[in-house]
Write a new protein. Structure first.
Length: 254
C-alpha cells in the first residue's frame, strides 16, 4: 500500500469529519475511505443515485450496483437508492459536505479544469460541474505534475469545470489551500524541499499563516527524479519563465 495514490488519499482522509456527507470522484479519491481515522463514519453519496456507498468485499461483487464511474460497488445496509434527479437535488441543494476529485489543471484562483482535453473524445462531463459548485468544500486530490508538466498553474488553459470553487489541493508534495492572496502551502512532504515543490508548481506559492510543516500520512514512498523542462518563477531567484533543467519528482513504492 506504500504508493503515491494511497499517500495522497491518506492525507485527504484527515480532512473528513465524522458524520460528513462526502462524494468521491473516480480513481484516486475512491481510496480515501481505506484511510479514515478510527471513529470517523462517513455517508458516501454517488451521483448516479444512492447514499451508503461502501467498498466491495471480495466474493460479493454484483453487477447491479455500480458507482458513478460505472465500477461495481457495494451499498451499506442502511443505504438508499433514489433517482438521478433526487441525487442532483442533494448536490445542488448544498447537502454534500465535501467532494474529493482529481483534476487535469487547477490554478491559484481556485479554478478547476478536470473534464476535457480539446480534440480528445470524452464520454461526458458527469456530475463534476454540479459537485464543485454544490459541495461545501472542494478538495482536489492528484499527482503534482503530469510527467513533469505543471498541473498547478497561474491560470488554467484547459476548458474550465468551474471558477473559484477549489478550497484545498492535496498532492504527493504537499497540501495547498486557495486564499485571496494566492496558493498557500500548509504542509509539505519532507521527501521534497520547498524549492523542489515550487519548481514543480507554476503558480507562486506562499507560506500559509497556519503552516504546520511536514505532513505525515503513515504511508511511505520513495521519490524518483525525472529530468523535465519546467517554468521556474522568481521564488527560486531565477528570471521569471526561465526555461531550465530542474529535477521534477514522481514516486514509486518503497
Amino acid at each position: 500500500m506504500g504508493d503515491i495514490k494511497n499517500f495522497i488519499a491518506a492525507r485527504v482522509a484527515k480532512e473528513l469529519k465524522d458524520g460528513d456527507v462526502v462524494n468521491l470522484g473516480i480513481g484516486l479519491p475512491t481510496l480515501v475511505p481505506n484511510h479514515l481515522p478510527e471513529g470517523v463514519d462517513l455517508t458516501l453519496q454517488s451521483e448516479n443515485g444512492f447514499v451508503g456507498l461502501v467498498p466491495l468485499e471480495e466474493g460479493k461483487e454484483s453487477p447491479h450496483v455500480v458507482n458513478a464511474g460505472g465500477v461495481m460497488a457495494g451499498i451499506a445496509d442502511d443505504g438508499a437508492f433514489f433517482s438521478s434527479a433526487d441525487s442532483f437535488a442533494i448536490i445542488r441543494g448544498g447537502h454534500v459536505d465535501v467532494t474529493v476529485l482529481g483534476s487535469l489543471q487547477v490554478d491559484e484562483k481556485g479554478n478547476i479544469a478536470n473534464y476535457k482535453i480539446p480534440g480528445k473524445m470524452l464520454p461526458g462531463m458527469g456530475g463534476a460541474m454540479d459537485l464543485v459548485v454544490g459541495a461545501r468544500k472542494v478538495i482536489v486530490a492528484m499527482e503534482h505534475t503530469n510527467k513533469g508538466k505543471h498541473k498547478i498553474l497561474k491560470e488554467c488553459t484547459l476548458p474550465l469545470t468551474a471558477k473559484s470553487q477549489v478550497n484545498l489541493i492535496v498532492t504527493e508534495m504537499g497540501v495547498m489551500k486557495v486564499t485571496p492572496e494566492g496558493l498557500a502551502l500548509v504542509e509539505y512532504n519532507p521527501e521534497y524541499t520547498i524549492e523542489e515543490i515550487q519548481a514543480a508548481t507554476e503558480a507562486e506559492l506562499i507560506i500559509a499563516d497556519d503552516f504546520t510543516g511536514a505532513l505525515d500520512t503513515g504511508v511511505q514512498f520513495t521519490k524518483v527524479g525525472i529530468k523535465a523542462k519546467v517554468l521556474v518563477n522568481t521564488e527560486l531567484n531565477l528570471d521569471q519563465n526561465s526555461d531550465v533543467e530542474v529535477l521534477v519528482l514522481n514516486a514509486e513504492t518503497r
